[in-house]
Design a protein around this ligand. Structure first.
Ligand SMILES: C=C(O[C@@H]1C=C(C(=O)O)C=C[C@H]1O)C(=O)O
Length: 357
């Protein structure tokens, strides 16, 4: 490429950047006006954001990928919303956890993330209105349900308003660039399980595996002691300046965690939604089958079914069910009516847009 050709492309980019800049601020001006119309009320509209993301992906003709376009618009909306009012998002800290990455993936970098010591505390600060939303892990493709989040959802007044799907890559982190003299490996219990085959194959049996409250905490501990390593992701490695001795050590190559965002407001339908419920069956034969039959009768698809001990009686269970569609729309509305008649207890945890990015 000649210098002249290079210059003409760069001139074109400079001119386009001026236009993009003007357009971005024009967009932000409309978001601000919408904020004034909302009059300090509910600013974050998950259903609208999901529609904007789905629309730009559909309109995109490249060469940028749909994923890149969605990520860019995610950040544009995050910045526009922060002119109305920046949102505070509580998550299981410390900084650098996958929960923080999920919060940023869903709300963008203009949101303020608030690290909490536990998932319980993250729910509590939102319940006490000291933060706007909580983002909490609910299930992992390798390890299954995150029991604490499910238990908290049974009793919280908060409603699910969104889901975040995050690919989880784990790395073995250490302060030194070799495997010699590692005596302990720290990580969250879920991550130790997600990498246990790799650990069996690659580290001597005498290396102790110690579960701690989060991966970021594991990275922090390993950053203080060269005889220790940690299993954690990129954000934690960066946060604590750790070296990656081995990358992507998760046993399951598609290791993915699903997180939910919860806040005080209910979300209206976006056109592509899910409804999450928890219910309990009466303790008698065929009760679970009876509970699920309204779904089949109304042609509603179930995307998840999970049982947990109810904590109120021995060998009694509650069932967490996700169904396709929004709770305010037929046929989900009809299904919920039928379930309320049959189940001993039903709580709609929230109806929310299916993850777009
Ligand atoms: C501008 C609005 O407020 C927020 C910002 C949005 C955006 O930038 O497109 C979309 C939804 C809201 O979270 C709106 O409600 O339309």
């Amino acid at each position: 490429m000649s210098d002249e050709q290079l210059k003409s492309h760069r001139d074109a980019i400079d001119a386009l950047d001026v236009e993009i800049l003007q357009l971005l601020n024009k967009r932000a001006g409309h978001a601000r006006s919408i904020g004034e119309l909302k009059g300090g009320g509910l600013v974050y509209r998950p259903e609208r954001e999901a529609q904007v993301l789905a629309r730009v992906k559909q309109l995109n003709n490249g060469p940028l990928t749909d994923e890149s376009i969605a990520k860019l618009f995610r950040e544009i909306m995050s910045a526009c919303l922060s002119i109305e009012r920046p949102l505070t998002i509580a998550y299981l800290g410390p900084e650098g956890t996958f929960s923080q990455s999920a919060a940023i993936k869903h709300f963008g970098h203009a949101a303020v993330t608030l690290a909490c010591a536990s998932i319980d505390e993250a729910f509590r600060v939102v319940e006490a209105r000291s933060a706007d939303y909580v983002v909490a892990p609910v299930e992992n493709s390798t390890e299954g349900a995150v029991g604490r989040t499910l238990d908290l959802m049974v009793s919280t007044p908060l409603k699910v308003c969104g889901e975040v799907v995050l690919r989880i890559h784990h790395h073995l982190l250490r302060r030194e660039a070799n495997f010699e003299g590692i005596r302990r490996v720290y990580s969250h219990a879920q991550s130790l399980s997600q990498c246990h085959e790799w650990l069996n194959k690659n580290l001597p049996v005498e290396v102790e595996r110690i579960s701690v409250s989060s991966n970021a905490e594991a990275a922090r501990l390993a950053s203080l002691d060269t005889s220790c390593a940690a299993i954690a992701g990129d954000a934690a490695a960066e946060r604590f300046g750790m070296l990656k001795l081995a990358e992507n050590i998760e046993d399951e190559p598609n290791n993915t965690t699903r997180f939910l965002a919860l806040g005080y407001h209910e979300t209206t339908a976006s056109g592509r939604d899910k409804t999450s419920l928890v219910m309990s069956a009466q303790n008698k034969p065929g009760a679970v089958h009876q509970l699920l039959s309204p779904l089949a009768e109304h042609g509603v698809s179930m995307t998840k079914f999970e049982s947990r001990p109810s904590r109120t009686g021995l060998w009694e269970y509650v069932f967490f069910v996700d169904i396709e569609g929004h709770a305010a729309e037929l046929p989900v509305l009809k299904t919920l009516e039928a379930l309320r008649e049959r189940a001993a207890f039903v709580k709609v945890l929230g109806a929310y847009p299916v993850a777009v990015i």
